[in-house]
Design a protein around this ligand. Sequence first.
Ligand code: HEM
Length: 176
Amino acid sequence: MNLFLLYLILLRLTHIVAGALWVGAAVAYFLFFGPTAKGLGPAGPKFMQQLVGKHRYPLFMNGASILAILSGLGLLWFASGGLNGAWLTTGPGLGFTIGSLAGVAAFGVGCFGIRPRAEALGALGASIAAAGGPPTPEQGAELGRLDAEIHFYERWDVLLLVVSLVMMATARYWVF
Ligand code: HEM
């Protein structure tokens, strides 16, 4: 087999596996793990500590998303003939470009919207636990604010990922 084809196959394999894991984990968190943690009441922070600290959910998400984006950029380069503008106006070109932009935007929302707030929430939860008591009214208000903001960004993140997924899944057959 030609070496170039082998390289493309490896790039596609990396891209599709990493992309599927990225979207799948984000949707599973949004629909199941997040609501489960909330429903557990006082045990919720412990569940989150296990998920984040022991099972390294953020590391998994960083790895999957970075791999999907880097391999996606490689595929974009080949699919578009070196970012040739004429490709953009074809059906598949338009679909894959919209999907790529949505995926990169989702990554930005995760990095700059969710991550700093989740870290602040974790640090606040740890200081409340270290003090050994229930949160003060100010800490309670701060917890509520961070939680609401994280939920807002999570909705955008999942929406953009689903847009990216739908575009990736269908763009090849956009013929017009
Ligand atoms: C959000 C997660 C993503 C998933 C689940 C995903 C999934 C896929 C799948 C299944 C394909 C194969 C489509 C086909 O052969 O018809 C594909 C192709 C492609 N993806 Fe993604 N993708 C994601 C994100 C991205 C991102 C962020 C980029 C660019 C930065 C990108 C760029 C591409 C390109 C250019 C192709 C076409 C490759 C080709 O022509 O062979 N994808 N993607």
